[in-house]
Design a protein around this ligand. Structure first.
Ligand SMILES: *Cc1c(COP(=O)(O)O)cnc(C)c1O
Length: 363
């Protein structure tokens, strides 16, 4: 750190993204990307847009906002386009939290929420999930804080029904409730249909997980038009060209193929459930994930040993050496072949643990 670095940021502990190995030797199941490349039509659209790369992108992001509005049945004025959904989350923290308006979110959730809060000097409360990692809706009704809820939650994959989201939003009329739907397309219910009913609901989505465009950085927010105007003020005060030309074109083309893309999401959901069944047979405990990842632990192997054992066998998953989730691993769901490779590697690790006279008989 230089001696010039602002006092405001000296103690900041940045978000640590999952590894992105440069050599591509691993089966990558650690950052919840899609196992499928973007459709040819999406790549083509981005290439065409690149031919006009000398010009700034549309600061109003109209093409992608119109396409999103049409796809979700809302008005263009109810949509914001962002540079990944992380940017939309950042704007939400800036817009709806402050020193005297704290944030609250579960103790086990997306690791970026506390980082945004710290970045902006916002006090926050981490609300403990129940022992089974589920949300107790009562903890979120009638609070005095701006709420951030990932639905499905990360890294557990557990989803709340729309009725519960509605209850939470309705019980906090003086505070904004932000629902982060990064994984909703893999089997949860979207809260977008509620934005007309509640002026305090902001729903955030992304093209990173279910639409094979993590590398393009495209996110969005839906909400009452006044909320969207707030976020747009911040966007125009930060980076009015936040979504680049290639990404915008890719996003529009991706939405044009949304029907077929949903089949891809269904394949991932099936691979998830098949793999979960196999891991359960091997003695794993798993959360009921509705996302494109599994969250699992085994009584005979520590979370770290499983992570390291898989890594040694060429498979990357995500492990946090942190409190109540230290014995768990988050495994991104890939193709059926990738999940077979994962299961084979896991079997190898369990066999090795048994031979060494591991803590408990398994299998
Ligand atoms: C991946 C993820 C995001 C961020 O995605 P972007 O790539 O920035 O769109 C947001 N929220 C959750 C819960 C995520 O897991």
């Amino acid at each position: 750190m230089s001696r010039y670095f602002s006092e405001a940021y000296r103690r900041l502990v940045p978000y640590v993204p999952g590894e992105q190995p440069k050599d591509m030797r691993y089966i990558k199941l650690n950052t919840n990307e899609s196992p499928f490349p973007p459709f040819a039509s999406v790549v083509e659209a981005a290439k065409e847009a690149a031919e006009h790369g000398e010009l700034y992108s549309d600061p109003e992001c109209l093409s992608i906002r119109r396409a999103l509005a049409e796809r979700y049945g809302v008005d263009t004025a109810e949509v914001l386009a962002t540079n990944g959904s992380d940017e939309a989350l950042n704007f939400a923290f800036m817009a709806y939290c402050s020193k005297d308006r704290p944030a609250a979110f579960p103790d086990v959730t997306y690791g970026f929420y506390p980082v945004f809060a710290e970045l902006h000097g916002i006090p926050y409360r981490e609300i403990p999930l129940k022992d089974d990692f589920s949300v107790d809706p009562g903890d979120y009704t009638g609070t005095d804080e701006t709420l951030f809820l990932a639905n499905p939650n990360a890294p557990t994959g557990i989803a709340l029904p729309l009725s519960t989201i509605r209850e939470i939003v309705a019980s906090n009329p003086d505070r904004v409730v932000v629902v982060d739907e990064a994984y909703v397309d893999f089997g949860a219910e979207s809260a977008v249909p509620l934005i007309r009913e509640f002026d305090n609901l902001l729903v955030i989505g992304t093209f990173s997980k279910s639409r094979s465009l993590a590398g393009a950085r495209l996110g969005f927010a839906f909400g009452n038009r006044e909320l969207i105007r707030d976020l747009d003020t911040l966007r125009n005060s930060t980076n009015p060209y936040n979504v680049n030309r290639m990404t915008m074109a890719a996003g529009v083309a991706s939405l044009a193929a949304d029907e077929i893309n949903r089949e891809r999401c269904a394949v991932v959901a099936k691979n998830r459930d098949d793999c979960a069944a196999k891991l359960r047979e091997m003695g794993f405990e798993l959360t009921a994930s509705k996302a494109n990842f599994l969250f699992a632990r085994h009584p005979a192997v520590s979370g770290e040993d499983l992570y390291l054992g898989l890594r040694k066998r060429g498979i990357l998953v995500r492990h946090w050496n942190r409190g109540r989730i230290a014995d768990w691993n988050r495994i991104t769901v890939g193709t059926a072949e990738q999940m077979d490779a994962l299961c084979a590697a896991v079997r190898g690790i369990l066999d090795e643990t048994n031979e060494k006279g591991g803590p408990r008989e398994v299998l």
